[in-house]
Write a protein of this length. Sequence first.
Lengths: 345, 351
Amino acid sequence: MSDAKSTTRDDNIDAAQRIASPNGPALSVIVPLYNEEESVRPLYAAIVQALDRLGRPFEMVFVDDGSRDGTVAIAASLAQRDSRLRIVKFRRNYGQTAAMAAGIEHANGEVLVTMDGDLQNDPADIGLLLEQIDAGFDLVVGWRHNRQDKLVSRKIPSRIANWLIGRVTGIPIRDNGCSLKAFRASLIKRIPLYSEMHRFIPAMASIAGPRVAQIRVRHHARRFGESKYGLSRIYKVLLDLMVIKTIASFASRPLRWFAILSLPLFALAFLAFGQTAVDLLMEGAISLPIAGSGVIFLSSALILLCSGALAELIYARGDVRDREFLKLTQTILAGTRNPQADRAL
Amino acid sequence: MKPQAAPPSLSIIVPIGTRRTADIGALYREYRTHIAATGATHEFIFVLDGPRPEARRALETLLREGEEFTIINLTRNFGEAAALTAGFERASGGTIVTLPAYPQIDAADIRKLLASLSTADMAIGYRSPRYGNALDRMRRAAFHGLVNWVTGARLRDLGCGARAMRRQVLEELDLYGEQHRFLPILAMRLGFRVSEVPMRQSAQDRHARIYRPREYMHHLLDLFSIFFLMRFTKKPLRFFGMLGAATFAVGAVLIAYLGMERLLFSEPLADRPALLLAALLLVLGMQIFALGLLGELIIFTHARGLKDYRVEEIIQYPDAVAVSDSGSDSAAGEEGASSEMRASNPPAITA
């Protein structure tokens, strides 16, 4: 055991600069932890045991999401004896999406694996995920076989959510709630993760058009502690879905999205004005509510179109671009190699 | 810019705004005496928020008398948050203290404020016992009740200008407008530990307040902006979507009702003003929703620059021996590591 500790206390560590170095680990396992003091040690042991068998260099990134119990102390004691373990400690609880995003940012591997910290995922399945990555997939999502959770409060809502997400995003993921996933680092590091997007990482990643594989993984009943999520509020999921749909399909052409929104309003305005014109010709008098509604619909449709123009402006000034996503997943089928273009990523 | 000598440990920033005027000279002497009594090296920075000729003359008199401090004169009134930021840019101390520019608290209690920094990242004073008539008390209780309810904090005196904080707190905060009032709340949001320290109210501060309606308005708007900032910055559609969907739903129900009456009871639709209202509500709902989508687009296109979280530390021992099997003797390393862990109280906020 060495006493040389390198506990950095830096609050704005710009980990975006860390790019997977050629001699870095091939694999990073990212685990968000929130009040998991009983699980940390068995989790660590299980990961190490499973990965040692694979025989490729790896590192573990444990993200402590502001735990109030002994999670960090236990994890730190493990880190003291294993240089492959890195602990990213949050100043307070920021939620699972932030923990995932931080883990992804602070991981140096070429392939990143995320999993839950509550021992419900089995690290022994990581090997299966990696096989799919090696086979050329960019994103491998586990789905929990024989899921060990309550039916009414957990399984049924999540089935509905999965169906909805599949319908809306066009990528039918069986189990969006399963944290056990593997990504190519180059892909996931470029995907913005914020708010409560952890449920939608595959959907979010779909903006880059990844090759997605889904494999069956084991799921254990919770051994320690309390489940941290109750019945998720459906309206949040619906709104988040709306956001992802907007972003995934319209981010690069928002004007079109707003134009589509304004179409029914134009139609209504047309109907109302038509009725008014007919009334005027046939009876010589108009109905004020109908003519007024027509004016409201028309002006609203125009305002929506203007919003679309504003959205175009926002997109043009933003720093996220469609064209960087296509580079993440493209394959060059034929043509000469252009080292400059290869390096551009 | 940094002084050649060792930087002082305390930087005291006094923003001088329009609100209340006082004898700056006397105030400075009082502050200085009590801060010198703590034995800490210190520097004073006065920020004149716009032309304040009276205060400026008083300070220049002090300078001629041999006192040493910095004066920053802003060309116009930028607001107290901006004044604090301007002062902070010149401050070199590891601990930043802000003090009100009028006698608000008993300067002897500044010592208590500094002392509580040993267990917190930021300490703010609250006037206790607080003098004031029933109306004052009611107004304060309502304001703080509202703030605490909205933000999840538990604070008693946001109007108190006496605050002490580690340098890092101000480095990370991005203040603007009237946000100085909500400094502790914004700090908590970043995960800093904030403690409240009771301070005796200065004798000159014990008078009833009269506020104009405009000031109530400003307070409420500030509160709203903080509310929005804390809850919905990263998810604007949650806010606009809810509002828009509710408006839309009311309009849809109204339209459905009117349509039913038309179809079932042959009640004519054309001359009912309720139709106008329904159309207006439907359309308004859509507009609000569209605004939310615009907000989401702004967040998405800037998501790289926004960071949801603050990392306190990264723990890794690069020289540690990789142990392949850890299950058996894992208890051994525990004592060594836990001693270097910082004890941390969870912040009182979960926004």
